[in-house]
Design a protein around this ligand. Structure first.
Ligand SMILES: NC(=O)c1ccc[n+]([C@@H]2O[C@H](COP(=O)([O-])OP(=O)(O)OC[C@H]3O[C@@H](n4cnc5c(N)ncnc54)[C@H](O)[C@@H]3O)[C@@H](O)[C@H]2O)c1
Length: 284
């Protein structure tokens, strides 16, 4: 999608951090905005801020884990602006701690928002996006945590690797339809992610040992400005890039990871095996 002006973007988790950063950049580029978020007050404030700068913005309070509500949000978005061209499945949460101290409810909550939320967004909006073919794009927010595992992040890593895998498969499926697909894999960005527990539903609360607020608050404060991140995302959409990698400090470690996978293979493939693999995958 090269020309974004006058088109409509839907952003989940649009009230804060990376989502609001993207919203401000897209609005500046002339897009209409639909912000979906679970937190009504910051959501209303975010929409007011965009409107005060002359953008058209509609807020809808939605929990991305609720597929019914997401379907209703899709209908409402189309009704508000006549069409949706860009979907950013960005809402996410984090729970940190050693694996043996994390609970079943920790897993259910983080996987529910970070993975099922992305799937629900795609399911709800894909019929509308495919209607526009090459004039439509999906950006799913993963993380560098979707490309490399780190201590104390088993749940977050699992959810974000799943988002990368899901998005990569979706890209391969949508190549023929023309809808662009990207996966956003940032490092540390200034946001309220360390305070994720503010949005944890009562039924998934427990006496677990989540230490994400202590462990990541300071580093997130020192992170990239979400507006700069939003600019990078917009450029990557226009350039049709699948991986949106915003933090070059992770480049070396990801190279080493790729090299470790490469070094793990033994022998050489036969022609039939290669042909079968080429049939199953879609090259970048
Ligand atoms: N901040 C970072 O360093 C960083 C790095 C890599 C990836 N990410 C990812 O970026 C995305 C945005 O996070 P952020 O850092 O801007 O944090 P944030 O907390 O500032 O923003 C997340 C937004 O998602 C909303 N949200 C949470 N649960 C929701 C739900 N169930 N339904 C709808 N909305 C919900 C929150 O209310 C909030 O507005 C997340 O997917 C996160 O995992 C963040």
């Amino acid at each position: 999608m090269k020309n974004v002006s006058g088109k409509t973007a839907v952003i989940t988790g649009g009230a804060s951090g990376i989502g609001f950063g993207m919203a401000q950049v897209f609005a500046q580029a002339g897009m209409n905005l639909v912000l979906l978020d679970i937190e009504p007050e910051p959501l209303a404030e975010a929409a007011d801020t965009l409107r005060a700068k002359g953008a058209k913005a509609e807020p809808f309070t939605v929990d991305v884990t609720d597929s019914e509500l997401m379907a209703q949000a899709a209908e409402a978005s189309i009704k508000a602006f006549g069409a949706v061209h860009l979907l950013c499945n960005n809402a996410g949460v984090n729970v940190m701690g050693p694996f043996n101290q994390l609970t079943e409810k920790d897993w259910d909550w983080v996987m529910g928002v970070n993975l099922n939320g992305v799937v629900n967004g795609c399911r709800a909006f894909l019929p509308e996006l495919t209607r526009h073919g090459a004039d439509a794009h999906i950006v799913n927010t993963a993380s560098v945590g979707g490309l490399i595992g780190m201590p104390n992040l088993t749940i977050y890593n699992a959810s974000k690797f799943a988002v990368v895998g899901f998005t990569e498969a979706l890209r391969a499926e949508l190549l023929e339809v023309g809808v662009g697909v990207s996966v956003l894999c940032p490092g540390v960005v200034r946001s309220n992610l360390a305070l994720s527990a503010r949005n944890r539903p009562d039924r998934l609360k427990d006496a677990g040992t989540d230490n994400s607020a202590d462990a990541s608050a300071e580093s997130i404060e020192m992170g990239t400005d979400p507006i700069d991140l939003g600019r990078h995302v917009l450029q990557s959409i226009q350039d049709g890039e699948f991986f949106i990698c915003t933090h070059p400090e992770f480049r070396e470690v990801l190279r080493a990871r790729g090299a470790a996978i490469d070094a793990a293979f033994r022998g050489t493939p036969d022609a039939a095996g290669l042909e079968a693999v080429n049939g199953m995958t879609r090259a970048f």
